[in-house]
Design a protein around this ligand. Sequence first.
Ligand code: NAD
Length: 283
Amino acid sequence: MTYGTAASGRSDGRFDGRSEGRFDGRVALVTGAGSGIGAACAARLAAEGACVGVLDLRAASARATAAAVRAHGGTAMALTCDVSDEKQVEESVAELVASFGRVDVLHSNAACLDRDVYGRDRDLAAMDAAVWDRTMEVNLRGAMLLVKHVIPVMPDGGAIVLTSSVSGLTGDVDHAAYGTSKAALIGFTRYVATMYGARGIRCNAVAPALVMTAAAERALGPRQLADKAAERLLPWPCVPGDVADLVAFLASSESRCITGQTVALDSGTLTHRPEHAIHRSRP
Ligand SMILES: NC(=O)c1ccc[n+]([C@@H]2O[C@H](COP(=O)([O-])OP(=O)(O)OC[C@H]3O[C@@H](n4cnc5c(N)ncnc54)[C@H](O)[C@@H]3O)[C@@H](O)[C@H]2O)c1
C-alpha cells in the first residue's frame, strides 16, 4: 500500500532544511482561519505549498485571510461556514473539493470565544445552559462534523490536527464549558487516530497555553495576562506563528509516526508545580 502522505517531504525523519514545499500539491482546510491562530496556520500551510480552504463564520475575515495568502503568492479559497451546522460544513467541504479535488490536511481550529458565550462561561451554579450548549456545538460538534465530512475525501496518509488547549488538560475556577470541550477534543483525537490509523490517516491535537492573539487579549485582560506570565517557565508567551510551526509539523510527513497525541505548546506552563510560580513572584 502506498500512502499519499500529507506532505511531500522526506520519510526518513531528516529535514532537508527547505522551509517551503512540505505541502506542495496538497490541499488543506483550516477552520477558524479568519483570525489569530487559524489565520497564521492557513498562511503557513499555503506558504509551504498547500492550496488552502480558509473557513470561518465571519465571511469578511475568511476573505481577508484568503486575500493575504494570495498576496504572498499562495492559493486560497475563502469559505463562510458555521462549523456547528452540518449542512454548511458539508457544503463547504464539497466546495473545496470541487475546486481542488480532495482534502489532505484538516486543521479543525474554530472555537466560540464570543463575549456572550466564553465571557459568560463562569460559575457553574449560575451557568446558562445555552452557554454550555453553544460552546459544545462549536468547539466539539464542529470538529466532529469536519472530520465526518472530510474523511471520505481524504486520501490515505492524510493528517488531521485539532486545536485543543491547556484548559483541556487542567481544571480552573471558570470556563468549565470551554475546558471540558477542549478535554473532549483530546479524547476525540485518540478515537479518530484509532479509527483511521489503518488508512495511514493520523490525528493529533495541539494544546496551547496563552497565545498572543487579539481574541486572547480581549478575553483575558491585563491582570490575567500577568498571572499567565508568572505561570510560564520561559520568559516569552506563544505567538500564532509558534502554533503554525507545530501544526505544520504534525500535518507533515516529518511526524509520520506520531498519532493520537496531544502536544502542549505552553512555554513550560504545565511542567512544574504551582509553588514554582508562587515562589518566583515573592520578593
Ligand atoms: N489564543 C489563545 O491563547 C489560545 C490558547 C489555547 C487554545 N486556543 C484555541 O485556538 C483556537 C483559535 O483561537 P484564537 O485565539 O486564534 O481566536 P480567534 O477568535 O482569533 O479565532 C477563532 C476563529 O474562529 C471563528 N469561529 C468562531 N465560531 C465559529 C463557528 N461557529 N464556525 C466557524 N468559525 C468560527 C472566529 O470567527 C475566529 O475567526 C481556538 O480553538 C482556541 O480555543 C487559543
